[in-house]
Design a protein around this ligand. Sequence first.
Ligand code: SER
Length: 347
Amino acid sequence: MIMSINSIGREIDFSVLVCGFQYPREKKIMAEKILVTGAFGQIGTELVEALQKKHGVNNVVALGHRNIPPDFKGVLEKGGTEDKEAMDTLLKKHKITQIYHLASILSATGEKNPQLAWDINVNSLKNILDLAVEHKAKVLLPSSIAVFGPTTPRKNTPQHTMLEPTTMYGVTKVTGELLCQYYSLKYGLDVRGIRYPGLISWKTEPGGGTTDYAVAIFYEAIKTGNYACYLRDDTTMPMMYMDDAIKGTIQIMEADKDKIKVKTSYNLAAISFSPKEIAAEIKKHIPGFKCSYTPDFRQKIADSWPMSIDDSDARKEWGWKHDFDLPKMVAEMLKHLKKKLGKQLVK
Ligand code: SER
């Protein structure tokens, strides 16, 4: 059987032979039409670009309401995800087949405004799941290491373990995972989830996370040569460079459906380090760099999360593999940020 993708993205099966002439017969329907919510957040900014490269600019719809770059090139929809009717209209208008539902409130912001965290992370997610069933769209759920809590084993945290989080963010993410599994079991919804560790990127700054010191530290190292960290120096947490996160996110959505055995969310790991360890790695590039440590309310959040993650299910079932270790990630971050900030490194 000969397959090809034609110019509008239809998969063609050339196997039909009539009177010695081969007639093309269309097998699958249309190219994927992808919606990314939270499109201008930390993950969204880079994911939209990667998806545009893969599927074509016109097949990716970016939905966001803040931080929209004036020079954004692509299909843009402005708004939030709370209004179910508006979301329904949007899905119909663009004939959406896949939703990367990234719009979310992170841990530190969630502690300041628990109601907002619930509204966005649970109520909006439920709307999206209902609509995805109706529109037969595939969904990506961004979950987090915040689903774990003080009763979870902190080292090499297993895929299936205690989930008793003590932050509102964690509570909403466990609820979201269980909702996704329920929709998969009850309605056959194709939903795939990742428990992201702390994500480190240079293109977009994160907002309101406990792991965000691992991004802020680079900006301050380059700009001033000093950083005041809000965690204890030995607070080890699981982290990942954004390039790996984007690769894993697309990979799980592209995996064959029967490979996705976990219907809540997959553990995903790359590196684990403490503020002291990342500061030492930065010092190799900026010898005069100094980091001080004054823990605030985020220390309690970090102490309730794992130090390292067992992600062997993701590796076995759909082939997850990370590329960036700590030295490689630090070198990349400094190289790109130095260029972005237009500065020489502080000595
Ligand atoms: N990066 C997130 C946070 O710190 C964890 O998923 O809130």
